[in-house]
Design a protein around this ligand. Structure first.
Ligand code: DP6
Length: 319
């Protein structure tokens, strides 16, 4: 009763920042993301352990993480204690979205370990109970999440694209996404406008994705991210996720654009910046981001597929 699954992190072009149901992790507005090939989590779930345990990159996870993992298992009907071992092949530093890939891999591995056959939509809904954005890492590719589960709307190879992740800080961020989006919803005077904007952005983004219009899609994604941060900055107390390097990267991309390179930024609830560009521009963008003061690393990613089982060993049941 043991299974291993892999899942990729995803980056949203139309972001999820606000819940309409805090317990069920249901979003106020729909979001659109793309999975990132080099940000991969591998998770093994073994059932029948003496008690629940969760190790991430060799360290015991905190109580809150374990509670979230148990919520996913309970919802899947997996009552037996589980030994969960998760490995990220990227720095789990703040904002590199390890919770999305982590809970997606967990949902898929747990159901496989229990011998359950579940649809991708069911697995997406289960992953959501760990972290909302994890719902989108289950289908992978270009994924839309509006209600209980996410679905793939275009495959990873639909649009030639590179996503250059500039690592702009390290250590845990002061306020996680969960608390940050709640604070924005409850205190930011701009929050209703932000949600209304997302509801306009999602259909527009889907139309641009269908048309493979990277310049317009990239520009929309950058506006959407900056507006999310405007909402966060307007919260009380304010949420400032950026570091000086983050702002340096925004300026560097602006200069590249002035010189004729098509490149656009998005930033999650953390200091790191993700630049979107065509494959042929990736090297130039990577070099420009690496030269920004305070940028610790840059990782060139391509779109990736969904979560899946890579290993499963179920003990034969007696006949
Ligand atoms: C800024 O999915 O981490 O990355 O549902 O509370 O676990 P919870 O939050 P989480 O939030 C992600 C926020 C974001 C935007 C996005 O990925 O859409």
């Amino acid at each position: 009763m043991k299974a291993t699954a892999v899942a990729h992190a995803n980056i949203a072009l139309v972001k999820y920042w606000g819940k309409r149901d805090d317990a069920l992790l249901l979003p106020e507005a729909g979001s659109l993301s793309v999975a990132l090939d080099r940000l991969l989590t591998t998770t093994t779930v073994e059932l029948g352990a003496p008690e629940d345990s969760l190790r991430i990159d060799g360290r015991a996870a905190g109580a809150a993480e374990l509670v979230r993992a148990r919520a996913v298992l309970d919802a899947a009907g997996v009552r037996e204690p589980a030994r969960i071992v998760s490995r990220n092949d990227f720095p789990t530093a703040a904002g590199l979205a390890s919770s999305a890939s982590g809970f997606a891999a967990l949902a898929v591995a747990a159901c496989a370990a229990a011998g359950q056959e579940r649809s991708q939509r069911e697995l997406s809904a289960l992953a959501r109970l760990g972290s909302g954005s994890a719902a989108r890492s289950v289908p992978g590719g270009w994924a839309v999440w509006e209600e209980g589960d996410a679905e793939q709307v275009a495959s990873a190879d639909h649009l030639p694209l590179r996503l250059v992740v500039a690592v702009c800080g390290e250590g845990a961020k002061p306020v996680g996404s969960r608390d940050g989006m709640k604070r924005s919803r409850d205190t930011s005077p701009y929050h209703a406008a932000w949600i209304a904007q997302c509801r306009r952005d999602l259909p527009d983004a889907l139309r641009l994705l269908r048309a493979r219009d990277l310049p317009a899609l990239g520009a929309l994604a950058e506006r959407n991210a900056l507006r999310m941060h405007a909402d966060a900055l307007a919260a009380d107390p304010p949420l400032l996720y950026w570091q000086p390097a983050t702002v340096g990267c925004l300026h560097a991309l602006r200069r590249l654009r002035e010189q004729g390179t098509g490149v656009w930024a998005t930033i999650d609830a953390g200091p790191h910046l993700v630049a979107l560009c065509a494959p042929e521009a990736a090297e130039r963008v990577e070099a420009a981001l690496r030269s920004v003061a305070g940028v610790r690393d840059a990782l060139v990613c391509a779109p990736a597929g969904g979560a899946h089982v890579v290993d499963q060993s179920l003990h034969a049941r007696p006949l």
